[in-house]
Design a protein around this ligand. Structure first.
Ligand SMILES: Cc1cc2nc3c(=O)[nH]c(=O)nc-3n(C[C@H](O)[C@H](O)[C@H](O)COP(=O)(O)OP(=O)(O)OC[C@H]3O[C@@H](n4cnc5c(N)ncnc54)[C@H](O)[C@@H]3O)c2cc1C
Length: 686
């Protein structure tokens, strides 16, 4: 890491910044990279270049405030580990959250982590780099935002996001696997799904565990399709998934490297303040006189101070830490804030609400025959094999077991393709909307809140449509090795909360997953278990004498299987989301399609909390895409054609043209323009 721009105390900060980003994680650093990127005057189409500042380039001054430090971030399975799946030694700092006990699932508690380091969770995650399905956006998000967002220029449908997914993975380094590796593992891909310009790497590891083939063969026997590529929006079947690794070194690629270390040496306008906590924002002159002041606490000296930005403050502290910042600021559900003794600044019931995560049970089996396959994880216990694995990891290009992260393939299946009972599940979802009982499945504090109820009903109706579609995945089963498989429900109906710890509001918040609090989720888990356990009864498994261990062949009734599901339920597959949702305020939303907080000037949220609903994917590729797209310098105006000048209403009125000085744009639309003699303002069309 070049350290020139790392700041450690307030005295090192400059007098003013254009943008302030609270949280130097996956999304925050992606945005900071975009905003601070200089674009040369020579490429500008400025009508009056003489109006430019004297420097050669135009860029924004940005301050990122990060709770954690710069730390080396090893991959999920890197030396010196010899046991696959064990805890990574020297992993960077992370928050460890334990949820409230869940009465619907035997009072179990859930565990979820979040990165507490420059790079955020991208520096600690499992490096599985899949993308959502087009129906996540075109059905779920679009309907969650309808009708209020129907005419919005910021399109969060598949076509609106796909360019940013492509941009995430650097085209030159989405390295196609070598012919030898392809011949060995039959990898398939489609290069047209990739291509981009940012230094986040993805690649297909040149190693798979030997028992990988057993499960893949079983799924094929069950008639499951094997698409050539699953990153292009269509994601139903048995998919190869890239990992976020450098293809030469197999070292983790993450936001701290790609969007900070790789760029900051040449950017004096990109400051990073580490070991500081953003505690809250304040509006001394009222909510419409933003951007707000940002209250910051040093984690080293303990001093508290305020900073602000000329243009905008962007909260990017992650799904679990963004709500606490807003709640401490008095922005959140009025009834909750009143109880917590926090003066209400802005009543937004969606803050810390609508909490979702991927959850699900697992199934397991035993092989009674000797597998007699090469490259099983147990081989790492052989000193010679482990030593060669280490040599392979340090070779160029890297080879061997350490090049594989958590997994790089998975099964995605729709409910329609798993069970004929999908119609009764869909009918049940529609029925609770129609008969008005949907509200009873919300957290108690929302059951009489018209905004939260309206939003939930809309989500349920979009889920009913989603579950009726044979192309929308209901389950993911990631696969690498072993004798158990996790059946991840991708689109739960239950909603939880993230609330402050009343006795220690600056510490970690209190999480209530409320997993399966809507009992229809159990119907969905049951359908998943009933279908997937069939794999243990295929020729592929029989060849190795496989015997079902869990649920166990005697567990046949719904009651027995539900009991088993509760026993093996994981509440979080580390994909918390949706606690500051991009939904209209009338439906419990917190931000609009431009990610601006409803009713608060100069304040945005940009991280995984803005998702309205969970996608059919792990979240990091989406997090980078959200960072790229979030309306903040994604595409410089210099990349647009035929925008000769900036006309502002006031200049039109006076008959004068104003020269475009600088600006940022999204897709084909200019978002922000600076005109000579005029204040920065937003326009929606060019
Ligand atoms: C253990 C784990 C495994 C995962 N596995 C995968 C996987 O295999 N594949 C995948 O695609 N996704 C995975 N994910 C999910 C994915 O990495 C995250 O969803 C995504 O990176 C979140 O991005 P974000 O920008 O919303 O938040 P983060 O990247 O977490 O960034 C938030 C940042 O804000 C900082 N912060 C928090 N509070 C404050 C504050 N008050 N003041 C200042 N700074 C603050 C944090 O330190 C952090 O750096 C995993 C996540 C975890 C935790």
């Amino acid at each position: 890491h070049p350290k020139a721009q790392i700041k450690r105390q307030v005295s090192e900060l400059r007098d003013s910044y254009d943008f302030l980003i609270a949280g130097g994680g996956t999304v925050g650093l992606t945005i900071a990279d975009r905003l601070t990127a200089a674009f040369p005057k020579s490429k500008s189409f400025l009508t009056r270049p003489s109006l430019l500042p004297s420097s050669d380039t135009l860029a924004e001054n940005v301050l990122v405030i990060e709770y954690g430090e710069i730390q080396y971030a090893p991959g999920g399975f890197d030396p010196p580990q010899i046991v696959f799946g064990s805890q990574t030694p020297n992993a960077p700092a992370a928050w460890v959250f334990n949820s409230l006990p869940n009465p619907d699932v035997k009072n179990k508690t859930g565990l979820v982590l979040a990165g507490q380091v420059v790079g955020g969770s991208s520096a600690t995650n499992g490096m599985f780099f899949d993308r959502p399905s087009r129906f996540d956006f075109d059905t779920l998000w679009t309907q969650a935002g309808s009708s209020e967002f129907d005419s919005s220029k910021d399109r969060w449908d598949w076509d609106g996001l796909f360019p940013y997914f492509k941009k995430v993975e650097k085209s030159v380094t989405f390295t196609e696997p070598s012919p030898a590796v392809v011949a060995k593992y039959n990898y398939t891909w489609d290069v047209s799904a990739y291509g981009g310009t940012t230094p986040i790497y993805s690649s297909m590891p040149p190693f798979l565990w030997g028992d990988h083939s057993i499960v893949r063969a079983a799924w094929k026997e069950m008639g499951i399709q094997v698409p050539r590529e699953c990153a292009g929006g269509d994601k139903e079947g048995l998919c190869w998934i890239p990992v976020s690794e450098d293809p030469q070194t197999s070292r983790r690629s993450h936001a701290g490297l790609g969007h900070y270390a790789a760029v900051n040496a040449s950017r004096p306008n990109y400051d990073l303040l580490v070991r500081h906590q953003v505690t809250r924002v304040t509006y001394p002159k009222g909510l419409m006189s933003g951007p707000p002041l940002v209250e910051v606490k040093s984690l080293v000296g303990g001093q508290v101070f305020n900073v602000t930005a000329k243009n905008e403050v962007i909260i990017s502290a992650g799904t679990l830490q963004t709500p606490p910042v807003l709640l401490r600021s008095g922005i959140g559900p009025a009834s909750y804030l009143a109880k917590a003794g926090i003066p209400v600044v802005l009543d937004l019931p969606g803050v810390g609400s609508n909490f979702q995560d991927h959850s699900g049970p697992s199934i397991s089996w035993n092989y009674t025959n000797d597998l007699n396959l090469p490259d099983l994880p147990a081989a790492m216990l052989d000193p010679a094999y482990a030593a060669d694995a280490l040599v392979g990891f340090n070779s160029t290009p890297a080879r061997g077991p350490y090049t594989l992260a958590m997994a790089n393939s998975a099964l995605y299946l729709s409910l329609v393709n798993m069970t004929t009972s999908h119609t009764s599940i869909v009918d049940k979802i529609r029925a609770i909307v129609a008969d008005g009982s949907a509200a009873s499945f919300l957290p108690a504090e929302h059951r009489t809140n018209p905004e939260m109820i309206a939003g939930y009903k809309q989500q349920l109706l979009s889920l009913a449509e989603f579950y009726s579609n044979p192309k929308s995945p209901s389950i993911e089963v990631p696969w690498a090795t072993g004798t158990s498989a996790r059946l991840i429900a991708l689109h739960p109906l239950s909603r939880g909360t993230v609330r402050l710890n009343s006795t220690a509001p600056l510490e970690q918040p209190i999480l209530d997953f409320r997993t399966a609090s809507n009992p229809i989720d159990f119907d969905i888990h049951l359908a998943h278990v009933r279908f997937l356990r069939k794999m243990i009864d295929t020729d592929s498994f029989r060849a190795y004498g496989a015997v079902e261990a869990g649920p166990g062949v005697d567990a046949k009734s719904d009651e027995a299987l539900t009991d088993y599901i509760k026993d093996t339920m994981t509440f979080s597959f580390m994909h918390p989301c949706c606690t500051a949702a991009m939904v209209h305020k009338a439906k419990g939303g917190v931000v609009g399609t431009d990610l601006k907080v409803h009713g608060a000037e100069g304040l945005r949220v940009a991280d995984m909390s803005v998702l309205p609903m969970l996608p059919s994917a792990h979240l990091s590729a989406l997090a980078y895409a959200v960072g790229e797209k979030s309306g903040l310098g994604v595409v410089r105006v210099t990349e647009l054609q035929d925008v000769p000048r900036c006309l502002d209403q006031s200049s039109v009125a006076t008959g004068k043209d104003a020269a475009l000085l600088s600006g940022t744009a999204v897709g084909g639309c200019i978002k922000t323009v600076v005109c000579t003699g005029l204040k920065k303002r937003s326009v929606t069309d060019a």
